[in-house]
Design a protein around this ligand. Structure first.
Ligand code: GCV
Length: 685
């Protein structure tokens, strides 16, 4: 038995430092009781578990930060018992109880204990003194809770340091090499563990020649990164190029049926796992937006994925094979080809043929992380395949971390989308292996593109940290309330702020996704942004391009007819009832109206308004809501650290400018096409 006083730790901007949650305990002395197989010495031994020493480091750091001291059990005010026991088989699960001044965290594995420690921290003032809790067990919903970094090793001539990154440079790479100083990576690992994220792919899925070398001569550098992630239970993955055997290995081709190609990948896998025994596996973007893939050899995605799967299988590795496959050289005049249908068409026919260690990684919507898309039908179309749903924490189409946009509510809605109607299995159920037609053996989970960089506030906009935080919490428990998660984040990040300040943060961010949707592209119309940059209003920016991103606006009507009856037939990809709900104009939800239907501006919505009036009203209201958020911020800004406040001021100024642009350009676009004025006579240009 060892005892220690747990202190209060000051928060740095992005760090959800668990010790801060102990502020309610203040200077009270807490005895940490290690029972059963545990001892301070045992926990300090990484051979026992790489994660175990972390728990003790957390306890000790918390102590040191406040000059606390070890105390005997007899002198303590409250007792914290950390116990290894097989309360739950899942190594990441833990049980928590608080009775008679004794707080207990029990898990079958140190990883579970670590998550239990962070759970305790999140309870804040209630951590030790709240009402009694009897053996409350927490199990992650899915085994795979992952972040993909789209980090380049060097500055890419077009994509910059981090593709779709709005937070400075990469935390892993700098000037073509892995950073010498990985301190930020260690802090990141801790942040991720504190919200339950357990896997990270460190490089961009668009893999250049330099990044290919991560599999080869730069492998020791990857091992250095893995060493930093490991103590926090975070497994390292790499994105790889299909062309590696040719470009790196000098082979004549990368045909998955060529035995030399398989042998090359087997040798690569052997190298990687020799350097990093707990390596996770490869992520691959093949035959997608110009990246090479098995199509060049007349092979299917299943052929390609299974060949790689065979190479990593002896090591227990995974292949994350992305389903983002579509024709990016489309003819805009062709109204039948529909990019939204592409993932399903490429992958559904091969269900049941993918190897067990292949995870087909599917974007949450059928297009590309737009502010409003229906849940992807492909996720429900592969009952005999492991699938992961892919999201974006980085806000590529949602304001580049210049606009304050909290995405917890959007993700929660999508994760809980019931594919077979109310009460039926959801997206979250399917990715956890619960497809109703599956055999229950498939694994899967949630993957998202990270929003972290070397920016002083980690995420450009300090409020964008809320998305990183919510991503972890929701992947652990997709049924968790995103509004409560937001409040938890605010408390953990800004514990010094008054309850009014915290309430203002909730008010500013709570419905900010809906606000962003109001002032940008309406009713499920997609891609009204500047091509390539994906920021700012450009209603026809993508209209006549080869990217398959159209809305077909004319002087009468707008929207994409994706019905079976008269359109592209995309609705056919959904199970009942959605195939009919979306097909039918009368039942299609208004917010997805223009995603599924091409309708006149005078079409009357369920709200009773015409579509055109809805567009005007939401755009005026959206900007007003931003102004209300700014006013709320100004009322509390002085409570925040000066540098944080200054950055937020700057971001809000840009958000107001940009939202004004959105309002006026979208309204004017609709007015000039339809000729129908605003019923309230507000200025439209
Ligand atoms: C990594 C979109 C983005 C690309 C990204 C791609 C993908 O098209 O704009 O930057 O490339 O998605 O998901 O692979």
């Amino acid at each position: 038995m060892t005892t220690v006083t747990l202190p209060i730790d000051p928060l740095v901007h992005a760090a959800w430092l668990p010790a801060a949650a102990f502020s309610a305990v203040g200077s009270r002395r807490i005895a940490v009781v290690l029972e059963d197989d545990l001892s301070f010495d045992g926990l300090a031994d990484p051979a026992f578990s790489p994660v175990a020493p972390t728990i003790m480091a957390e306890v000790e750091a918390a102590t040191a930060a406040h000059g606390g001291a070890l105390v005997d059990e007899a002198e303590a005010d409250v007792l914290l018992a950390i116990e290894l026991d097989c309360c739950e088989e899942n190594p990441e699960a833990f049980c928590f109880s608080r009775t008679d001044g004794l707080v207990r965290i029990v898990a079958s594995n140190p990883r579970g204990l670590l998550y239990g420690w962070f759970h305790l921290a999140r309870l804040g003032k209630d951590a030790f003194t709240g009402p009694d809790v009897e053996n409350e067990c927490h199990t992650p919903h899915t085994a795979l809770r992952m972040l993909d970094h789209w980090d380049n090793m060097d500055v890419h001539p077009v994509m910059g340091h981090v593709e779709r990154g709005y937070s400075g440079g990469s935390i892993f790479f700098d000037h073509g090499v892995v950073r010498e100083d990985l301190t930020r990576v260690a802090q990141y690992a801790r942040l991720l563990a504190s919200v339950g994220i357990n896997r990270v792919a460190i490089n961009n899925v668009n893999v250049g020649r330099l990044e290919m070398r991560l599999l080869d001569d730069l492998l020791p550098e990857v091992a250095r990164i893995a060493d930093v992630f490991r103590p926090y239970g975070v497994t390292t993955h790499l994105s790889v190029s299909w062309a590696s055997p040719v470009r790196l290995g000098g082979l004549a081709d990368s045909d998955p049926f060529n035995p030399d190609v398989l042998a090359w990948w087997q040798a690569a896998a052997n190298r990687v796992w020799a350097a990093i025994p707990d390596f996770g596996g490869f992520v691959i973007k093949a035959d997608s937006e110009g990246q090479p893939g098995p199509f060049a050899y007349g092979r299917t995605h299943a052929d390609g994925a299974n060949m790689l799967a065979k190479a990593v299988e002896p090591h227990g590795g995974l292949i994350h094979w992305r389903a983002f496959v579509y024709n990016h050289t489309q003819d805009w005049r062709d109204r039948k080809t529909d990019r939204a249908k592409a993932a399903y068409e490429h992958f559904a026919p091969y269900d049941g043929t993918f190897a067990e260690n292949v995870i087909v990684q599917i974007k949450h919507g059928p297009l590309d992380f737009q502010v409003r898309e229906p849940a992807s039908p492909t996720i429900a179309a592969l009952p005999q395949t492991s699938v992961a749903a892919e999201f974006q924490v980085t806000t590529e189409y949602l304001g580049h971390q210049k606009h304050a946009v909290y995405l917890g509510r959007m993700w929660s809605q999508l994760m809980q989308f019931p594919y077979w109607g109310e009460g039926s299995p959801t997206m979250a159920d399917i990715v956890a292996g619960g497809h109703p037609l599956g055999d229950g053996t498939r694994i899967g989970g949630f993957v998202a593109v990270s929003n972290v960089g070397d920016d002083v506030f980690w995420t450009g906009h300090p409020f964008a940290q809320a998305n990183l935080y919510a991503w972890g919490r929701l992947t652990w428990d997709p049924q968790a309330d995103p509004d409560i998660i937001l409040s938890d984040w605010a408390l953990a990040t800004f514990p010094e702020v008054s309850s009014e300040g915290a309430a203002a943060l909730d008010a500013i961010l709570g419905k900010s996704w809906e606000t962003y949707e109001m002032y940008t592209a309406p009713l499920g119309v997609c891609f009204m942004v500047y091509p390539h940059h994906h920021y700012g209003p450009n209603p026809d920016g993508y209209e006549y391009t080869p990217w398959g991103t159209y809305h077909f606006a004319d002087r009468i009507s707008i929207g994409v007819d994706r019905t079976r009856a008269t359109g592209t037939g995309y609705t056919d990809q959904y199970p009942k009832p959605w195939r009919d709900v979306y097909e039918n104009l009368a039942t299609c939800p208004d917010e997805l109206l223009l995603f599924f239907h091409h309708v006149p501006y005078t079409h009357v919505l369920k709200s009773g308004k015409t579509m055109i009036q809805h567009v005007y009203d939401t755009h005026f209201e959206g900007l007003e809501r931003v102004k209300v958020a700014v006013a709320a911020w100004q009322g509390v800004r002085d409570e925040f650290p000066a540098d944080v406040a200054a950055r937020i001021d700057e971001r809000f100024a840009e958000q107001v400018r940009s939202a004004t642009d959105w309002r006026d350009i979208i309204n004017t676009y609709f007015y000039r096409h339809s000729g129908i004025p605003d019923a309230h006579g507000r200025p439209i240009y």
